[in-house]
Design a protein around this ligand. Structure first.
Ligand SMILES: [Zn+2]
Length: 818
């Protein structure tokens, strides 16, 4: 009896424990899928689980969003694994050296990266609950890490909007308002960035905080849960071509293993699905590719639904798609993923270690020379990725030279940044740095070029032999310049310089800029160099503020000079040395603009430049007095045809003539064509020659034929006029990321960056017809009109916030034109 009793008690208490965990429906007070759960309630449920099953769930708040919502990770496993969680993590990290004996599968499930793909977070709750109860045996050899909501700001934006406009009961008629989000949907984050394009660039606070956690775990499997249009059947692995060439045979085959297991459940339920189409593995900034380039099986799962679906909607086949259906599908693939991981934990560990052994890439080292600030910005990104780098020794390196597109030699030195592929993150290094990623199929979902040397404006060489590093960190700190100097001079060629200027202007410091190069005290200064004179800033308190800012920018060389009499060039009192006014900036938002493109500008001002902007919505633009603004930015967007009514147009035109500066981007440029006062003109294709009749084409080739006209994000070499204020800080070449085939003629005056001659991408895909079309076309230009200017930005230097070297063009448009 005595021996039986404890066992009996144990069973009873176990049952009590299992029963005592409330399901999401029990906890929330409504059946899961009948309401959308706001983020704070989701957080409450996860906190509840961590307190109800503390031996098997651990919760970690890893950060906060822009709107201060918490970001959470839940770790779920067996009680024994949870007791050893830290040693399991250490063992997993040891695997990234290609060694060790780790044998637990680490599965990371990420939900709701797109806020209005709102089923995901709901499904996450059902998934974790089931892993804690019915499917707990999966967790003996598996640790599951759940991020219930990557994008809480976007999700709550959607859920609050939906709750505000839904009918009661909900209306399944797709015409109903509840199926039509407005201009700003819930998909993106606070700054309207797409977080599923940001894994590699880490421009957003959510991405940066998440990646820190990711690098602490380096999971075997990462799933990004999404939704697509309401009429689409479910998509799961295997992914579509193109696959990046670094993806290993095992990574491919395990996607197949997972897909087949999911298919088993979907077949049993009679659910539709598709695989191997549409969602490819190439662009490195996705939640499937980024983990893949870090050795994981990275996948996207796509349910039909998203912001259109609400709690229920009638699809094109006349069926009703409900939130409950959507939960069931995402729940099924989530659980099935963990099941497959549990069954294959040994293989997953062995193969993961193999991924990190013998990396034998063509290019062994990347050598980067150029502006210190650009290198510094790049190393900040590399640090966040856990990519190691070193500094060169006095030597020569041979290899592919990015600037010329040919093999050559460069001198290395202690200023040369060296990044090797022979390191844990070597695969990621290859993907992010190689001159041109090999594309197995041009039909892809996203941009096809992103090479970091071009993006950061650095002179690069890719070497097939390892380049030696000294291992010494360069010191980048300069002593504070002496007070009471005649003036202080500093260079102008980076975003960091623009931030420095923004800080000075905000502090009321008067800053001048040299429109001509000059030399003084044996030092040469280029166009755009900033000059801060004592005479301009003599009022009380200014010196303190000025030196406060100098202290903040100790990594920036500030030269103190005792005279304004230059050795060469124009003296500081010359009319070629101009005062930089504090520009009051208005940015158009709302319907004519794309919310993503608007968001990039918003983020640029607030989080990159740290400079105030006023957002002017198109809805009341007609009532805004433009005289209050020095600069007006029109972000790219599709709705300008309606926005450019005669009254809005004449208002803008008069304001420009009176001294305003208009920055028109993307489609705003094209929409100004033919309007009085604006000289922009589309470049005519095929030089007016008679077009030859095309051969008839097969219907099945339609999509590929269309690719001839397209540029899906490719890098082009452009020529730059470095004497123009819009190009201050640049040399005579700029590598532009082109996102489309829009093509405009050169301006009469003010053609600042342009494609000269035949356009061939230096990296990425551009269709043959598109290449012809954009030959001899404008990239950036300035047209004078009355006392003001119109800046045309055909390409977008702020795209996704990652094209570091383009941002100075935008800063020049704000500060340098006169
Ligand atoms: Zn999505």
């Amino acid at each position: 009896m005595k021996k039986i009793l404890p066992l009996f008690l144990l069973i009873t208490s176990f049952q009590v424990l299992a029963q005592s965990i409330q399901s999401p429906s029990e906890f929330l007070g409504y059946e899961l899928g009948t309401e959308f759960t706001r983020h704070h309630q989701v957080v409450d449920y996860y906190r509840y689980l961590a307190s109800a099953a503390p031996d098997r769930v651990k919760l970690q708040e890893y950060g906060k969003t822009n709107e201060r919502r918490p970001l959470l990770l839940a770790y779920v496993s067996s009680a024994e694994n949870m007791r050893n969680l830290e040693s399991i993590r250490q063992a997993q990290l040891e695997s990234t050296s290609g060694r060790g004996k780790a044998d637990k599968a680490i599965v990371w499930l990420s939900y709701n990266v797109h806020g209005n793909e709102s089923v995901s977070t709901e499904a996450s709750m059902q998934t974790i609950y089931t892993l804690l109860t019915e499917k707990r045996d999966y967790l003996e050899n598996t640790v599951v890490i759940i991020d219930p909501c990557i994008n809480p700001d976007g999700r709550d934006r959607y859920v609050n909007w939906y709750n505000s406009f839904k009918n009661t009961p909900h209306q399944v008629n797709p015409d109903s308002k509840e199926h039509h989000e407005g201009w700003l949907s819930g998909r993106a984050n606070h700054y309207m960035f797409d977080l599923n394009r940001d894994w590699a660039w880490l421009t957003q606070v959510e991405s940066r905080q998440r990646l820190k956690m990711y690098n602490q775990w380096m999971p075997h499997i990462h799933v990004d849960f999404h939704e697509q249009g309401v009429d689409n059947p479910y998509f799961f692995a295997p992914s579509a071509e193109p696959f990046h060439e670094v993806i290993t045979p095992f990574q491919r085959s395990f996607q197949e293993t997972l897909g087949r297991n999911h298919a088993r459940y979907f077949d049993a339920n009679g659910w539709f699905y598709f695989t191997k189409e549409r969602f490819d593995l190439f662009y490195p900034s996705y939640g499937d590719t980024y983990p893949t380039y870090n050795g994981a099986i990275g996948m996207t799962y796509e349910q039909g639904g998203s912001g259109r679906a609400g709690l229920g909607v009638i699809t094109s086949t006349g069926d009703t798609l409900t939130l409950k259906d959507r939960i069931a599908h995402h729940f099924t693939t989530g659980i099935s993923t963990v099941e497959v991981a549990a069954q294959n934990h040994t293989t997953l560990n062995e193969e993961f270690r193999k991924f990190y052994q013998n990396k034998n890439f063509t290019y062994k080292s990347y050598v980067l020379n150029g502006n210190t600030d650009h290198k510094r910005a790049l190393t900040q990104l590399l640090d966040q990725h856990g990519i190691r780098y070193g500094w060169g020794t006095a030597a020569q390196a041979k290899g592919f030279v990015y600037a010329t597109g040919r093999n050559g030699t460069v001198q290395t030195g202690s200023e040369s940044l060296i990044v090797s592929t022979d390191q844990t993150k070597g695969t990621l290094v290859k993907v992010l740095f190689e001159p041109d990623a090999r594309l197995s199929d041009s039909l892809t979902y996203d941009i096809t070029a992103w090479s970091l040397p071009y993006a950061y404006g650095l002179d690069a060489l890719a070497s097939t032999t390892p380049v030696r590093t000294s291992g010494e960190m360069r010191s980048t700190s300069f002593p504070t310049p002496p007070r009471d100097s005649y003036a202080y001079v500093t260079d102008w060629n980076s975003m960091e310089d623009a931030r420095f200027l923004a800080d000075l202007l905000k502090a009321g410091i008067r800053v001048r800029t040299a429109h001509m190069p000059f030399s003084l005290n044996g030092k040469s200064f280029g166009r755009g160099s900033l000059i801060i004179t004592r005479a301009d800033n003599s009022s009380p308190g200014k010196t303190e503020r000025l030196f406060g800012i100098f202290g903040k920018y100790a990594h920036k060389e500030i030269t103190a000079v005792s005279t304004g009499y230059v050795d060469k060039g124009k003296d500081f009192g010359s009319s070629d040395v101009k005062m930089i006014p504090f520009a009051k900036v208005g940015v158009l938002s709302g319907d004519p603009t794309s919310s993503l493109r608007f968001g990039e500008i918003w983020h640029f001002f607030e989080q990159q430049l740290h400079y105030p902007l006023t957002v002017l919505d198109a809805e009341y633009f007609g009532r805004v007095d433009l005289a209050d603004y020095d600069v007006l930015v029109l972000p790219d967007g599709r709705g300008y045809r309606y926005f450019f009514s005669e009254s809005n147009l004449s208002k803008i035109r008069d304001w420009v003539k009176g001294g305003g500066r208009l920055i028109a981007m993307g489609n705003a440029v094209g929409s100004l064509e033919g309007k009085e006062g604006f000289g922009i003109k589309t470049a005519r294709s095929n030089n007016g020659e008679k077009e030859e009749q095309e051969e008839p084409r097969l219907y099945e080739d339609t999509q590929r034929e269309r690719m001839k006209d397209q540029i899906t994000g490719a890098i082009f070499r452009t020529k730059v006029d470095p004497t123009h204020p819009l190009a201050f800080g640049y040399g005579d070449t700029y590598f532009s990321l082109k996102l489309g085939n829009d093509s405009y003629q050169y301006l009469n005056l003010g053609t600042v960056a342009y494609i000269e001659g035949t356009a061939r991408p230096v990296a990425g895909f551009a269709g043959s017809e598109a290449q012809k079309r954009i030959s001899n076309s404008l990239i950036f230009g300035v047209e004078n009109s009355g006392r003001g200017q119109v800046v045309y930005m055909v390409d977008n230097p702020l795209f996704r916030g990652f094209w570091e070297n383009g941002k100075l063009f935008f800063a020049n448009a704000l500060f340098m034109l006169d």
